[in-house]
Design a protein around this ligand. Structure first.
Ligand code: BES
Ligand code: MG
Ligand code: ZN
Length: 478
């Protein structure tokens, strides 16, 4: 257990951390009179006022025990929000191991959700393939007067976020389409949602030939995954989720260079994200109906590979000239979208996909691109992201972009023009939603971190975005 709440200090800790805003510092009552006086004197001597990121460490003799006591500054109270509080806590705790007692000097900042989230986030490590594993963890006891709920939402979401990270970090030879499908079933049992998996024969029967074209060459065969959570039997409204589930993207015959291929196990990032959302709505018993579809497959090469110049017929009957086999995500999503609209009859859709390098050129690696046919819906999603250390930005969807995927040989072509690449992809997807209310999240930048983001500072899967989608669903009017 890396996080728990305590009402009183009864145990011994390796470190006692007090977090305070700038100004007069309220010392905690677990300090006896002598150590309070000493702490006050040290604070005065150092002219310490708990400015942002300022730290003051001291050794005290408290109740006859020697303790390490640290005061950490949060800066001006007026400038605080949940994003920077998370960041300050993260910076404070990220290099700590062992037992830490943590409390806020300002009662009004008492927030066990954020503390629990940060601790879980810090303790995450994908060390399955490292012989010498990290054996020291951070254990935080959080001193609070507040009533502790049965489920601390921030803690539960952080644990699910770590599941999402594991799914995405796993190598493609292990996290195959079948393994992803099995995971959906396993998580469904663990968290309380239904999962149906369909093999290639069933996918053929459904006529999902754009999806099957992409999947054709791979040794690991495709699986269509459908997850259903019914949190409100009385409501007829169903929220739809779609995740891009490319367990690996070589680019196909339009082969990627090695450097671009190296991290392409992250190409099921959308699937991992949406599986996380399913776990979260089920765990928190959200009163909504949610259905999630993942067309899982691998974009590989081989004698049976689909080719540039081939024409595929999507599930909705539209024909697509393949101009680049590396623009495969939109082909699998096209059929997943048709499936969720026509077979599952959802009322709205959010899809998450590591869809284009272009979104990273436009927005960088820390911002998710938002594309929608319903500005109100996009606004709600973006406002849901404000509670988290995640950044979302709405991108244009003008019809003028449609000219970019015209084809002389078929109804459309798959790769469009280089300019405006992320909107081209989104406009392509829009052809497969039958006018359903829809928002597409391009997470090519945000699913995977290079290590430079101050909060997602570990290389690899970030576990971002699923929290925003979860918050949106939880607060949505429908
Ligand atoms: N999976 C990639 C997009 C991607 C790039 C994800 C970088 C994460 C990091 C996608 O399938 C792809 O290859 N897109 C092409 C589209 C192009 C051929 C129109 C791209 O972005 O280059
Ligand atoms: Mg590709
Ligand atoms: Zn891809």
């Amino acid at each position: 257990m890396s996080f728990n709440c305590v009402k009183k200090v009864e145990d011994d800790y390796d470190k006692y951390v007090l977090v305070s805003t700038t100004g007069k510092i309220n010392l905690p009552d677990y300090l006896d009179k002598k150590s309070k006086d000493l702490a006050k004197a040290v604070i005065e001597k150092n002219e310490f006022t708990a400015k942002a990121s300022e730290k003051l460490a001291m050794t005290l003799v408290n109740n006859k025990k020697v303790i390490d006591f640290v005061i950490v500054g949060l800066g001006d109270k007026a400038k605080l929000n949940c994003k920077n509080i998370r960041q300050y806590l993260f910076d404070t705790l990220k290099n700590e191991t062992g037992k830490v007692l943590l409390s806020f000097a300002n009662e009004e900042l008492d927030n066990m959700d954020i503390v629990a989230e940060v601790v879980e986030h810090i303790n995450y490590k994908f060390d399955k393939y490292i012989s010498k594993k990290k054996d020291k963890f951070l254990e935080v006891s959080y001193l609070t007067d507040k009533k502790v709920p049965k489920l601390i939402e921030g803690y539960e979401l952080a644990k699910i976020s770590n599941i999402v990270k594991d799914l995405i970090n796993e190598q493609a030879e292990v996290m195959t389409p079948k393994a992803l499908a099995d995971k959906a079933v396993e998580l469904g049992k663990q968290f309380g949602f239904q999962a149906e998996i369909m093999d290639e024969k069933k996918i053929q029967k459904l006529g999902m030939n754009a999806y099957l074209g992409v999947a054709r060459a791979a040794h690991h065969r495709p699986y269509l995954i459908v997850m259903r959570y019914k949190g409100d039997e009385k409501s007829k409204y169903t929220h739809g989720l779609v995740g891009k589930g490319l367990t690996y993207d070589t680019g196909g015959l339009s082969l990627k260079p090695t450097a671009s291929m190296l991290t392409m196990r992250c190409d099921m990032g959308g699937a991992g994200t949406m599986m996380g959302v399913m776990c979260a709505v089920a765990k928190m018993k959200v009163k909504k109906n949610v259905t999630c579809v993942i067309a899982a497959c691998e974009n590989s090469i081989g004698p049976n590979a689909y080719r540039p110049g081939d024409i595929l017929t999507a599930m909705n009957g539209k024909t697509i000239e393949i101009t680049n086999t590396d623009a495969e995500g939109r082909l699998t999503l096209a059929d997943a979208l048709t499936y969720i609209v026509r077979k599952e009859k959802v009322d709205e859709i959010i899809d998450a996909a590591t869809l284009t390098g272009a979104v990273m050129v436009a927005l960088g690696e820390d911002v998710t691109g938002v594309f929608t046919n319903n500005d109100e819906m996009a606004k709600e999603i973006i406002s849901a992201s404000n509670n988290w250390n995640e950044y979302f930005w709405q991108m244009p969807m003008f019809d003028i972009f449609k000219k970019n995927f015209k084809s002389p040989y078929a109804d459309m072509q798959n790769s469009g023009s280089r300019w405006g690449g992320s909107t081209n992809a989104a406009k392509f997807l829009e052809e497969f939603i039958d006018d359903t209310k829809w928002t597409h999240l391009d997470i090519a930048g945000t699913a995977w971190a290079s290590g430079a983001n101050p909060y997602y500072s570990q290389k690899g899967a970030t576990g971002q975005v699923f929290r925003t989608v979860f918050s949106y669903l939880k607060n949505s009017k429908n």
